[in-house]
Ligand binder design. Structure first.
Ligand code: ATP
Ligand code: MG
Length: 498
């Protein structure tokens, strides 16, 4: 590429406790370019982005903006130079309105609430976002929160927008919309960096791709010069053993008594007379659009949403149950691997082993005065290595683990409990290609060991690959069921939409 890059990193290193999260990185970004960053969990992608956004500062090296040495000591410094970042975990203030969030930190540029609201409304309209500027940010869906963050960047007249895993929590339609929007921003000269674990997104939507591995930027090139295998090779330094599913061992429903039976369950407006059964030794996939009530019914089963429970019956191994608290469901052998990393509240100041150990204690350490600490630690370490949970240092508290490694801690914390029923809700969201294969294998192993498995996923190939049986949810109820052999993407989509 020719011309002065809008951002250039030269020999940039960022260390934590003496260990490099990013080492000697050279990177450049050109005006109007869409640049994808890929790499395994913990490779240093978010670190690179945060350095450009002024969230953290390098230990060594220089960062230039428009060819000038830039002092990016704070996000404000970056924002003044036209650089905005949309974070992996959203940064909006839930108690403020959309409009207030959009001008946060720059309120002085607007001298009345009306001006703030109008400016926000104009940008939202220009971007074709259907978001009310007066709504509280806390009440927005993930996709809408992200839209607001992008709108904030546009209102700031950003020339560089950094998106950290923007598509991880979006539906396929929302993802298409986001890439359309990125292309239109590109036409107006905005440069963008985006991180994604979906390698196809990098291959299809970026102009250039940079690959990170163990804190090193290993290669940068034109997207058209890469393919999936080449990217993986640069990411992990070897070929990936992709997960291959063996033919279903077990027969369809009716071959055994259900582990779980749900009948006419209702919850608020989200779950409407949902009924289904889950059988041991099988993976039952639940497909459906966002808002179809899949995660909500899981939360009802777990006792997460006691207050909105609207009726219906639930049986676990033939015994009727109604949990008032998730801890009771856990004690009975149900595990919920939630889509939301933060929901299950791990202890941020503890390390991965300790957090997984707490999961073990919640199940096996109950009512015992002296905890079998050694068995707890052993079980925790086993799961840590099975999922290759890694930080750069030893004993890193989970707060400082990369996003994908935090997600793996959430998964391990549930699975260490040896549940008889596991509900996986978007289990591979945000984790890298290597870990996806491991997690799929683990989902499979659980079913093979005789547990009942529910797999909720918005990624149809994942549902099709793994499930022995597929249910389709729509508007809070199950509208179709397919055996493994009958299911195709178009049949499922047809049922989910019509
Ligand atoms: N504040 C911090 N203190 C200590 N270590 C940190 C801190 N922030 C990041 N790290 C470590 O630096 C490494 C790189 O993290 P980074 O968040 O950049 O990874 P990533 O490539 O974005 O991964 P993911 O795909 O999982 O989001 C990780 O091992 C992480 O644990
Ligand atoms: Mg990250």
């Amino acid at each position: 590429m020719t011309g002065t890059p809008i951002v250039r990193l030269e020999n940039v290193t960022k260390t934590y406790g003496g260990i490099a999260a990013l080492a000697q990185a050279d990177f450049d970004l050109h005006p109007g370019e869409i640049h994808a960053l890929v790499g395994e969990n913990g490779a240093g992608k978010s670190t690179l982005c945060k350095l450009i956004a002024g969230v953290i500062t390098p230990n060594e090296g220089t960062i230039r903006v428009d060819g000038q040495d830039a002092n990016l000591a704070t996000p404000k410094d970056a924002s003044r130079l036209g650089i905005s970042m949309v974070y992996q975990e959203t940064s909006l203030v839930p108690q403020l309105t959309v409009a207030q969030n959009m001008v946060l930190g720059r309120e002085s540029a607007f001298n009345s609430i009306r001006k703030v609201r109008n400016a926000a409304r104009q940008v939202l309209q220009r971007l074709n976002f259907k978001v009310d500027p007066m709504q509280l940010a806390g009440s927005l869906s993930t996709a809408k929160r992200q839209m607001v963050e992008i709108a904030r960047a546009v209102l700031n007249e950003a020339r560089v927008i950094i998106l950290d895993e923007p598509t991880a929590a979006l539906t396929p339609e929302e993802t298409d919309h986001l890439f359309d929007l990125m292309r239109s921003l590109q036409r107006s000269g905005v440069a963008m960096i985006f991180i994604s674990h979906a390698l196809e997104e990098a291959l299809n939507h970026a102009d250039r791709i940079s690959v990170l591995r163990n804190g090193r930027l290993t290669v940068t090139g034109q997207a058209r010069d890469f393919d999936r295998n080449r990217l993986i090779h640069h990411m992990i330094g070897e070929e990936l053993k992709e997960f291959e599913r063996e033919p279903a061992a077990s027969a369809g429903p009716g071959s055994a008594l259900p582990v779980l039976r749900v009948e006419n369950v209702r919850m608020g407006s989200m779950v409407n007379n949902m009924s289904f059964s889950i059988f041991p030794g099988q993976i039952t996939g639940i497909a459906g659009l966002i808002g179809s009530g899949r995660s909500e019914v899981a939360k009802v089963i777990m006792g997460h949403t006691k207050r909105n429970f609207g009726g219906g019956r639930i049986w676990l191994e033939g015994r009727e149950v109604r949990y008032a608290l998730p801890a009771q469901a856990v004690a009975d052998g149900i595990a919920y691997v939630s889509e939301d990393r933060k929901l299950d509240g791990f202890f941020e100041t503890m390390n991965a082993t300790e957090n997984i150990g707490l999961g073990w204690m919640a199940k096996f350490g109950r009512r015992k005065l002296i905890a079998p600490l050694q068995r707890m630690a052993q079980a925790a370490r086993d799961w840590e290595s099975r999922l290759s949970i890694r930080g750069i240092g030893k004993n890193q508290s989970v707060l400082y683990l990369s996003g994908g490694n935090q997600q793996k801690v959430v998964i391990a914390k549930s699975l260490v409990q040896k549940p008889k029923l596991v509900i996986f809700d978007e289990p591979t969201r945000g984790v890298d290609v290597g870990a996806i294969a491991e997690i799929r294998q683990i989902v499979r192993d659980f079913a093979e060991s005789g547990a009942g498995v529910i797999l909720i996923s918005s990624y149809l190939p994942e549902i099709l690959d793994l499930s022995d049986r597929i249910l389709v949810a729509k508007s809070g109820t199950i509208v179709a069921e397919f055996a493994r052999g009958e299911a195709t993407a178009s049949r499922i989509l047809h049922a989910a939409i019509h």
